[in-house]
Write a protein that binds this ligand. Structure first.
Ligand SMILES: [Fe+2]
Length: 387
């Protein structure tokens, strides 16, 4: 099947604010949505640093009330969603404002979906399972990044099965997304590295996806270029404002690409590592990315050659096959330069768990658009290569 014989949808938030100082607009945006009381969903760290209070003040300054729920954990769970929903209902909030990286936004989306539709967040695993609008959401992003502030993906860990549920639903898209690089300045180097590699993985998987379109391709290639040019600098010196601003745009572009072209086996497999061992998403992606794309190489070497060019590699005089290799080398080099662990063993991943994780990866919604079809054996081999 090609682009010419399929119908494609394109999804993103209605309003998207970028650039320094954009967080100050949150109050007016909340007022514009007709809300009276906001539930600020964040994590304990940002709350302790006083960032949630700053956002609360801005919202109150616009004449609304606001309460803070800081129970969004890294790899947020169904229990986090339940706890946040209780606060939203008890406080009669008619708006959710998420503040953080992926975890806060995903937790907020989960709360909003269940508030609007009833039941338990586990009922919404899969594609477009909700039938009613969720509580309106303004998502303020603080990392670059998952792009969860602007996507329709909501990843919640099922605490019974330890599987990360992929809830892919256009109704859980934020109405307003805010990317203010000022909020990203203080992030530690290791977090900058991991989240930056997550953004790179979004762009690469979207570009390699079986449902990529010219629209998603343009976003993906620009994201890859900006990450190759700015991630090292952002890791080396977090206060380099230009690098931070460019990374904010890059992660947003990566989101524009994968929100519509979806992803592939890097994410399908990383979700299992996150659910099973509670490992950081970006680091899992970074380690798996070159191994999955080496497996994907024969499906579309021309696209990998394009990625090599976007990453600044010189492919002049090379065959397409050799140029594709350059992309894999460039990804490994970037990971090494910014201090990403070399393999999954360093993270405590055990060979005896690979079989069950391979089974679950093959069921993960992200695997469906991977350009090369994989058997369970293939997935286990990719995991082994990444150990
Ligand atoms: Fe991701």
């Amino acid at each position: 099947m090609t682009v010419a014989d399929q119908v494609f949808g394109y999804y993103m938030p209605t309003v998207n604010l970028m650039g320094p100082g954009s967080v100050k607009e949150v109050g007016e945006q909340a007022k514009g949505l007709g809300a009276t009381k906001a539930l600020i969903v964040t994590d304990a760290g940002l709350n302790k640093m006083g960032v949630a209070d700053q956002v609360k003040e801005i919202i109150e300054g616009a004449g609304l009330q606001a309460v803070i729920f800081d129970g969004a954990q890294p790899n947020p769970t169904d229990l986090n969603v339940e706890a946040g929903l209780k606060v939203l209902q008890k406080e009669n909030c008619d708006l959710i404002v998420s503040l953080g990286g992926g975890s806060a936004h995903d937790c907020a989306k989960g709360i909003g979906i269940v508030a609007g539709n009833g039941g338990n967040i586990r009922d919404y695993e899969g594609i477009n399972k909700s039938t009613k609008p969720m509580t309106p959401l303004i998502a303020i992003n603080t990392t670059a990044g998952t792009a969860s502030e602007m996507t329709r993906f909501c990843i919640i860990t099922n605490t019974e099965t330890h599987v990360k549920m992929a809830i892919v639903d256009w109704r859980c898209t934020a109405t307003v997304s805010i990317n203010d690089p000022v909020l990203m300045i203080k992030k530690p180097a290791a977090l900058t590295a991991a989240t930056g590699m997550d953004a790179l993985t979004h762009a690469v998987e979207a570009y390699m996806s079986t449902i990529a379109t010219p629209v998603t391709d343009s976003a993906a290639l620009m994201a890859i270029k900006l990450i190759a040019e700015n991630l090292r600098t952002a890791v080396a010196n977090g206060e380099n404002f230009e690098a931070r601003n460019n990374m904010a745009y890059a992660q947003f572009l990566g989101g524009m690409a994968f929100n519509n072209a979806s992803l592939g086996y890097v994410h399908a497999m990383a979700h299992q590592l996150g659910g099973f061992y509670d490992l950081p998403h970006g680091v899992c992606n970074a380690i798996l990315l070159p191994h999955v794309e080496r497996f994907n190489l024969i499906s579309n070497p021309k696209r990998l050659a394009d990625i090599a060019v976007a990453m600044g590699e010189n492919i002049e005089g090379l065959s397409v096959r050799d140029a594709a290799d350059k992309a894999l080398d460039a990804i490994v080099k970037l990971s090494e330069d910014i201090g990403i662990p070399k393999g999954l063993t360093e993270l405590g991943v055990k060979e005896e768990d690979l079989s069950i994780m391979a089974d679950n990866a093959m069921k993960d919604a992200c695997s469906f658009t991977n350009p090369r079809k994989a058997t369970k054996e293939d997935v286990i081999n990719i995991f082994k290569n990444a150990l």
